[in-house]
Design a binder for this molecule. Structure first.
Ligand code: HEM
Length: 457
């Protein structure tokens, strides 16, 4: 046989092997559903064993083409907006249409959290990514109200304003800074203040460094071997636990000696004190997991969105000018007796709010949410089988031209007098898991952009 014939034989064998692997894997994962339920599954396939659609997922994000992953489903299986695949070691239903996302996010009877193993291990089994319904409701009530709402935001605004002003001042004196790194430090300082009052610089630095490593592992495959992101992230989690344990020990000691006053309670104090209906208090492990989750969720996304909003403003002179004019107007309306911004000024930032919403839509920092079906459910006419994982692709909803015309155009004015229909704007999620830090995040980003627009470029 000549070399070209060998090549043809090898190619045919590869195609046959590929087909056999896919068919066998599909059968192994789906046979137990029975013919009737199987016929109601959305289009898609399980792919190869172990990896499923993971290569394609990781490749598209790592190569800077995040929309290519979902796009490949649309190309291969049509515009159903709901598909099946094998991801993070589980048969999974992917949903990317507003009605389907809304249906899942607002049905707590049929869907529970379904995050990949890496996320649950790194955030902690007592964090919100893994709590039973009632426990989640209780701890969410305890922690969400002191973050959002008029009174809470009024309390934090002064600190946010001072932190932003001093950061911008420092950077402009430094000449050159790594923007995202500095923004993450800034948002981290703010969330640490809210949760643990003023932590000392050494604690802050130790926590912040570990979060950088932790984050690389959160959406990775849970492979605990040297060289893999998850392995490094696990080490980072151990460091975080040990630093937070130290702070918690000090707090408990101070509480036992009645050293803290009720007026200066932060979130850590609240978590130490809370009791359930049987008088049970949270143990150290539970408090630490909740803190690890909140401190992470509370600075990463805000830091990234602040960076992107700044870049988009800088890249679009007309949008910059319009946003700046609005801030100048607000500045003029502030009475000379008022120190810094107050919440009424923030409420006047209509155009800036559109810039931020458009940045959230466009960047999609939280691009997917994970759930698991607790029973057979019909979504968009297709079966989501009991026990299967569900991924809600808000990124694809936000980039759908039928929902947002010209989705790749950065256009804050699309938000003018526009109230998105439920399920079409999922930057902060929806339902009982809606981001409890949404208003705080918008406040932080707005305060930063206010000062940036007025004094920097
Ligand atoms: C621009 C900034 C932010 C974005 C884009 C964002 C996005 C999101 C999204 C999409 C969810 C829902 C996830 C799901 O449905 O499973 C969520 C949940 C959450 N976010 Fe945020 N977030 C931001 C800022 C914050 C801040 C500042 C905090 C802390 C104060 C925070 C704390 C949380 C927590 C604790 C959850 C879990 C809620 C629960 O399970 O009940 N986030 N966030």
């Amino acid at each position: 046989m000549g070399p070209s014939l060998w090549a043809v034989v090898a190619a045919v064998l590869a195609v046959v092997l590929d087909l056999v692997m896919r068919t066998v894997h599909g059968w192994v994962r789906e046979a137990s559903l029975g013919a009737g339920r199987r016929a109601r599954l959305p289009p898609g396939e399980m792919g190869w064993p172990v990896v499923g659609a993971m290569w394609s997922f990781l490749w598209s994000f790592k190569s800077g083409k995040p929309d290519a992953f979902f796009g490949s489903f649309t190309q291969r299986f049509g515009r159903t907006g709901i598909y099946r695949a094998f991801m993070f070691s589980s048969p999974t239903i992917l949903i990317a249409n507003p009605e389907g996302c809304k249906r899942v996010l607002t049905d707590d009877d049929s869907f529970v959290e379904g995050w990949p193993k890496a996320t649950v291990t790194l955030m902690g089994k007592h964090s919100f990514v893994n709590l039973p319904y009632e426990e989640h409701k209780r701890l969410r009530k305890l922690t969400a109200a002191p973050i959002n709402g008029f009174d809470a935001l009024t309390t934090y605004l002064g600190y946010i304003d001072r932190t932003v002003v001093s950061a911008l001042c420092r950077w402009s004196e430094a000449g050159e800074v790594e923007f995202l790194t500095e923004l993450r430090k800034m948002t981290f300082k703010i969330i640490v203040q809210i949760f643990m009052s003023a932590a000392d610089d050494a604690t802050m630095l130790a926590l912040e460094r570990s979060y950088t490593d932790l984050n690389y592992g959160i959406r990775a495959m849970a492979i605990d071997l040297p060289g893999f992101a998850f392995h490094k992230a696990l080490k980072a989690r151990k460091k975080l636990v040990s630093v937070l344990q130290g702070v918690l020990n000090e707090r408990r000691a101070a509480a036992a000696a009645k050293e803290f006053s009720t007026s200066s309670k932060d979130m850590m104090d609240r978590l130490i004190e809370v009791e359930d209906e049987n008088g049970r208090r949270l143990n150290n492990e539970e408090i630490i997991d909740i803190l690890i989750m909140y401190l992470n969720a509370g600075h990463e996304s805000s830091g990234h969105i602040t960076m992107w909003a700044t870049l988009f403003l800088q890249e679009n002179p007309e949008i910059f000018a319009k946003a700046k004019a609005e801030q100048e107007e607000i500045l003029r309306s502030i009475p000379p007796t008022q120190k810094g911004l107050d919440l009424r000024d923030f409420r006047k930032m209509k155009y800036l709010s559109q810039v931020i919403d458009e940045t959230l839509r466009f960047v999609n920092i939280s691009f997917v949410s994970f759930r698991e079906a607790t029973k057979d459910v019909s979504v968009n006419g297709y079966l989501v089988p009991k026990g299967w994982k569900v991924q809600l692709w808000s990124r694809s909803v936000h980039m759908d031209p039928e929902v947002y015309p010209e989705p790749k155009k950065f256009s804050p004015s699309r938000w003018e007098d526009y109230l998105p229909k439920p399920g079409t704007f999922l930057a902060f999620g929806l339902g009982t898991k809606l981001c409890p830090g949404n208003d705080l995040a918008k406040l932080e980003i707005s305060v930063f952009l206010h000062h940036f627009l007025l004094g920097y470029k």
